[in-house]
Design a protein around this ligand. Structure first.
Ligand SMILES: [Mg+2]
Length: 372
C-alpha cells in the first residue's frame, strides 16, 4: 500500500472562554489530517477537539512540508515514518512542538489505515488489554462569574448526570493563590463527598516551594493526584516534590519524546504519566512511553481528546484512567465525534471494536466551521 496524498484542514468555532493556571481557552479548534492511499482506504487523525488554545492555522504548512516525504511510502510503516519525520528532522524543526503535533495527526491517520486494512481496532493492535476503562471527568476550569457554588454544581453534575466516579478541577491561577484554590478544593470535596476520586491540575503554574505547600494542603482533602505542578523540564524538582508529597504526582501531557519520560522517571518525578498521543508523535512513541512506565511501575492516564487516547489507555494493562472532556468544556463536543462516547453507569467507557481508531469526525457538523 502507498500514500497518495495528505490533506490538512482547520476548523474553529466560538464557545465560552475558560482558563486554567496558565492559559486562556477561547474558540474551539480542530486540525484534521487525511491520509489517502492507492488502495482506497483513507485514514484520519487530528489535533484539538478539546480545550486547545493553540493557533491551529500554523499547522497546515507543516503538513505541506511533510507531504512530499510521505507520498509513495507505505502507511503501515507507522514507526519508521514517525522516526524519519520526527527524530531525523530535529536539525530542521527542533526537538518537538508544532512539528511533532502535526506528525502525531499523521501517525494517528496511518494507524487508522492500518486498523482498517487489517480489520482490527487500533485498541486491539496496541494490546487490547482492557475492554472497558475507568474515566475521570476533566473540568473545574476558572471562568467569568464562576464561584464556589458554580464549581460545586459542575462537579455534582459530572457525578450525577455523567456517572463519574472521579473528577478533576483546576488550581494555580495566580489571582487565587493557595488560599483561594484550597477553598475551591474544599468546596469540590464537600460537594462530591469522600468516596469520589478528586484530582487537581496546575498546568505548570507553580514553582517547587509553592508545589510543596500545595501538596501538603491537598493531602488534607484526600486529593488523589496533583497534575503538572511545575514546568515540565524541572526534573530534579519533580523528584523532590514526589518524595515529599503524600498526594500522587501526575505529569506528561506536554512531553514530546521517550527521552523526556526517561529523564523524568530517572528522577523519580511522577507516579502517573499523562502521555498524549496527539502531542508526542503518535501511537508508536506513546506506546514506547507506556512500556517504560510499566517497567518502572508507573501507571498511565492519557491527557487529551478521549476518542484518540482510548485505544492506548485501554490497550495496556496499566491504563488507570481515561480523561473525559464533557460538553461543559466545549458544547460542540456532544456532536463532534461518531459514535458519541458516553460513560456507562459505573463511570467506565466501553471500547468500540470498529476497525481503526473507532471514532470518526462528524464532518457534516465540522464543515460549518471550516477555516481552510
Ligand atoms: Mg492537564
Amino acid at each position: 500500500m502507498k500514500i497518495t496524498d495528505v490533506i490538512s484542514e482547520v476548523f474553529e468555532w466560538e464557545r465560552p472562554g475558560i482558563w486554567n493556571g496558565g492559559h486562556f481557552y477561547g474558540p474551539g479548534r480542530l486540525h484534521k489530517v487525511t491520509v489517502k492511499t492507492d488502495e482506497g482506504i483513507d485514514g484520519f487523525g487530528w489535533n484539538g477537539g478539546t480545550a486547545a488554545e493553540r493557533p491551529l492555522n500554523v499547522f497546515p504548512p507543516f503538513v505541506d512540508y511533510f507531504r512530499d516525504l510521505l507520498i509513495g511510502r507505505d502507511p503501515l510503516e507507522t514507526r519508521k515514518i514517525a522516526e524519519d519525520l520526527g527524530e531525523k528532522h530535529i536539525k530542521i524543526f527542533g526537538p518537538g512542538g508544532v512539528n511533532t503535533q502535526v506528525l502525531a495527526a499523521i501517525n494517528i491517520a496511518c494507524w487508522d489505515i492500518k486498523g482498517k486494512a487489517l480489520g482490527k481496532s487500533v485498541h486491539e493492535l496496541l494490546g487490547g488489554s482492557q475492554d472497558r476503562i475507568r474515566t475521570y471527568i476533566a473540568g473545574g476550569y476558572y471562568a467569568e462569574g464562576k464561584g464556589l457554588k458554580e464549581l460545586q454544581d459542575e462537579v455534582l453534575f459530572n457525578i450525577n448526570e455523567m456517572n463519574a466516579g472521579a473528577v478533576k478541577i483546576k488550581i494555580g491561577d495566580p489571582n487565587e493563590g493557595i488560599r483561594g484554590d484550597m477553598l475551591r478544593v474544599e468546596a469540590a470535596r464537600k460537594a462530591v463527598g469522600d468516596d469520589v476520586v478528586l484530582m487537581v491540575d496546575a498546568n505548570c503554574a507553580l514553582d517547587l516551594n509553592q508545589s510543596l505547600d500545595f501538596a501538603h494542603e491537598l493531602d488534607k482533602f484526600g486529593v488523589y493526584w496533583f497534575e503538572e505542578p511545575m514546568p515540565i523540564h524541572r526534573y530534579r524538582e519533580h523528584g523532590v516534590l514526589k518524595e515529599n508529597s503524600k498526594v500522587k504526582i501526575a505529569t506528561g501531557e506536554n512531553g514530546y519524546h521517550l527521552s523526556h519520560f526517561e529523564t523524568l522517571l530517572d528522577h523519580q518525578g511522577a507516579d502517573i504519566l499523562n502521555v498524549d498521543v496527539a502531542i508526542c508523535p503518535g501511537y508508536d512513541i506513546a506506546k514506547d512511553i507506556t512500556d517504560l512506565a510499566k517497567e518502572k511501575g508507573v501507571s498511565i492516564a492519557p491527557h487529551g481528546c478521549q476518542e484518540l487516547q482510548l485505544p492506548l489507555a485501554a490497550g495496556i494493562p496499566h491504563g488507570e484512567f481515561l480523561e473525559y472532556y464533557p460538553v461543559a468544556v466545549d458544547p460542540l463536543r456532544s456532536e463532534m465525534f461518531i459514535p458519541r462516547m458516553t460513560p456507562d453507569t459505573d463511570g467506565y467507557v466501553t471500547v468500540p471494536d470498529r476497525p481503526g481508531i473507532g471514532f470518526e469526525l462528524n464532518m457534516e457538523l465540522l464543515d460549518r466551521y471550516k477555516l481552510s
